[in-house]
Ligand binder design. Structure first.
Ligand code: MN
Length: 204
């Protein structure tokens, strides 16, 4: 596994292919309050590109181009948060997207264990460390342990998608999942626009 650390944006001309796994590390769980610190991306070849975002940074042209490219599918786990965090930071709304947590909820109805670590363990038989999850991602110099942890969050998403797509197909829920993925960028915008906890489909 190789990690490439970049400052502020992806390098020019870097082609990550038609399907890119993406994860973000932030200062906390409020996409407006807590700034974006790191964006991790992987084409699925076992390497990860880590982009460190500076305080106050609002532009990352190469990254934004991938987010909004209609021919590039963006893979997330709980994309709702990452999409909101990057939209809030760069004004770039990720689409089209795929979310392994939504896929898991739609097919793994026999369990309530839909965390990334649960999926990696149950579907791929690997163990993911949780150790650096709540570390200080705003530090100017990230440690090797932080970078390895951050990279590991995108390295399994391609394999997870393959496993979950087979289950969605088997259970006849592929179209339902696709409709949920298509709505996800709008769901992220609702979070930022003031409806984070409200189910707008609810009767009351
Ligand atoms: Mn992460």
């Amino acid at each position: 596994m190789t990690n490439y650390l970049h400052q502020g944006d992806l390098p020019d001309q870097l082609d990550l292919g038609p399907v890119v796994a993406i994860d973000c590390e932030t200062m906390g769980l409020h996409p407006r309050r807590d700034r974006l610190c790191l964006v991790q991306l992987s084409s699925g070849d076992g390497t990860a590109h880590l982009v460190q975002i500076a305080p106050g940074q609002t532009v990352a042209a190469n990254l934004a181009r991938i987010l909004t490219d209609p021919s590039v599918l963006k893979l997330f786990h709980y994309g709702r948060f990452d999409i909101a965090a990057m939209y809030n930071t760069f004004g770039a709304l990720a689409a089209p997207v795929y979310c392994t947590k939504i896929a898991s909820r739609l097919v793994r109805t026999y369990t309530d264990r839909h965390g990334l670590r649960n999926l990696v363990q149950d579907l791929l038989g690997s163990d993911l460390s949780k150790y650096q999850q709540s570390s200080d991602w705003g530090a100017a110099e990230l440690t090797k342990a932080q970078l390895d942890y951050a990279a590991s969050d995108v390295l399994y998403l391609h394999d997870l998608r393959r496993a979950l797509d087979l289950m969605l197909e088997r259970e006849g829920r592929s179209a339902l999942a696709q409709a949920c993925f298509d709505f996800l960028p709008t769901r992220a915008q609702l979070d930022l626009a003031g409806w984070p906890e409200t189910d707008i489909f609810a009767h009351s």
